[in-house]
Design a binder for this molecule. Structure first.
Ligand code: B12
Ligand code: SF4
Ligand code: SF4
Length: 410
């Protein structure tokens, strides 16, 4: 079992792991205002959203498409995997967690209703408001997202619930709904679904349109997603703007992680013994330079070449001159926050003489070296370290980068 992290660290690690596996938005809501029997007596809900690709939603402006239907199914499968992953992570920390996967939701669905709708969890978590289109509408992605949720008793950091629609005078979804199913009411938490949308009219028309467009027996339409100005803002963003939003989200997450507690192993930066035990019987070289004021991380090198223990091993040069490459696995752990990054080193002699060249890669050089990385992922999980990818360490922030700020200046 992993060490118990504080609430903020646990939340940010969980969100990071879900974003890395393809979630677009993740937040946690307090569910205690809804009756305990519909939330399996668990007080919190993790709301997870995955966005549709922009082109797919642009493509349904006239009629639903087979491509939209394919993504609809693909995203549902991804959401189920994400919900299961979140539940497994929390259970491994000793908490209760119930993934509201498609199967689970279908089991409890009444006519056109689930026991605890994903949209309720989403508004409690602050992921958005319910639009006049009856859909969860997020500030960044409009309603071009699909949802899932996980119920838990883990004490995670809670988002700020949203209780009011923010459509203003807009009526675009009502005007464009081909079923005239949308009634145009502004939502609040007391609004009945029936006051927003005629679900029978919606389903009937969506089914007819799906059949007309691509011959499938499905009830797919989504015009009320596509027409919404909030969705349109997402659909019109450039890839660069989209990347900047994703980077900002990651940055906020990294900045939100609390610094190491005073007196903790991370505070002292003394990971050597822990790593030695974890990687036993492999030797660990401690490269941490305590005197270098520009280095804010502990640094460890593990040899992946059995004959060579470290760069100062007498066999190091001999092996290289014999024409063999020497491989190392490099681990850096920030001395400020529970952040880590790793890379792979290959020493070789390109000219066949005595100059050693070094190639550094974020990927293992040989497939069997992936084992070193997997072992470190276990280590990071056990010690609640957030393992940053190379791209994440390169995210720019105020004249510097994540790497420069949290690991070393140059
Ligand atoms: C049954 C169902 C349908 C039915 C009924 C639709 C409906 N609006 O209920 C039909 C077949 C018509 C349908 C159609 C569509 N659906 Co549908 N559907 C569901 C399903 C399986 C259950 C919904 C449910 O339980 N409804 C019961 C009512 C009471 O709740 P609700 O409308 O979901 O939400 C209300 C509560 O959340 C409440 N609420 C919100 N916060 C709070 C807080 C408090 C304290 C309280 C008390 C209440 C409250 O406000 C909402 C509006 O009244 C969900 C998946 C799920 N398990 O949640 C998907 C879901 C709602 N559908 C979805 C989608 C995308 C669609 C379609 C666009 C599909 C399409 N045709 O292309 C249309 C859109 C229709 C529309 N404008 O609503 C998405 C919505 C994503 C989003 N961004 O919101 C969901 C969440 C599926 C998913 N996994 O992402 N759907
Ligand atoms: S899915 Fe289509 S038919 Fe249903 S409410 Fe939205 S626009 Fe109307
Ligand atoms: S189209 Fe307009 S009214 Fe409809 S959900 Fe979006 S903002 Fe609200």
């Amino acid at each position: 079992m992993a060490e118990h992290p504080d609430s903020k660290t646990m939340t940010n690690l969980l969100i990071h792991s879900l974003l890395k596996k393809g979630a677009t938005l993740v937040a946690i809501g307090d569910l205690t205002e809804v009756p305990p029997q519909i939330r399996a007596d668990l007080p919190y809900g993790i709301s997870i959203a995955v966005k549709f690709p922009q082109e797919v939603i642009k493509g349904i402006s006239q009629l639903p498409t087979a491509e939209y239907y394919a993504h609809y199914n693909r995203i549902n499968q991804k959401l189920d995997r994400l919900a299961q992953l979140a539940a497994a992570k929390l259970e491994s920390l000793g908490y209760k967690a119930l993934a509201q996967t498609s199967d689970y939701v279908n089991n409890f669905a009444g006519p056109y209703s689930s026991l605890l709708p994903h949209k309720t969890v989403a508004t409690r978590a602050g992921l958005g408001f319910i639009g006049k289109n009856a859909l969860l509408t997020n500030q960044l992605y409009g309603s071009a997202i699909r949802l899932t949720s996980v119920l838990t008793d883990a004490p995670l950091e809670l988002g700020q619930a949203i209780n009011q629609g923010q459509c203003g005078d807009c009526q675009l979804c009502r005007q464009d709904c081909p079923a005239q199913a949308i009634k145009g009411h502004l939502w609040d938490t007391l609004t009945n679904r029936e006051d927003l949308v005629d679900v029978i009219a919606c389903e009937k028309t969506a089914r007819a349109r799906s059949f007309l467009s691509f011959g499938a027996d499905a009830s797919i339409c989504g015009k009320c997603i596509e027409i919404c100005p909030y969705s349109q803002e997402y659909l019109n963003r450039s890839p660069q703007q989209e990347k900047a939003i994703e980077e900002k989200q990651l940055l906020q997450l990294i900045e939100n992680i609390p610094s190491f507690a005073e007196g903790s192993i991370g505070d002292y930066g003394l990971w050597f013994e822990e790593l030695e035990e974890h990687y036993s019987p492999l030797g660990i070289n401690d490269l941490t330079d305590m005197d270098n004021e520009e280095v804010y991380s502990s640094s460890y090198l593990i040899s992946m070449t059995p004959q060579v223990k470290g760069t100062d091993d007498e066999n190091f040069d001999r092996v290289l001159t014999e024409g063999q490459d020497v491989y190392f696995f490099n681990i850096e752990i920030s001395e400020e926050k529970p952040l880590a990054c790793v890379d792979f080193w290959r020493y070789f002699q390109s000219d066949g003489f005595f100059t050693n060249d070094l190639e550094v890669s974020s990927e293992p050089f040989l497939t069997e070296q992936k084992y070193f990385l997997d072992l470190f992922k276990d280590f990071a999980f056990k010690h609640n370290l957030l393992l940053l990818s190379k791209e994440e360490t390169e995210i720019p922030l105020e004249n510097t980068t994540v790497y420069k700020k949290y690991f070393r200046e140059n």
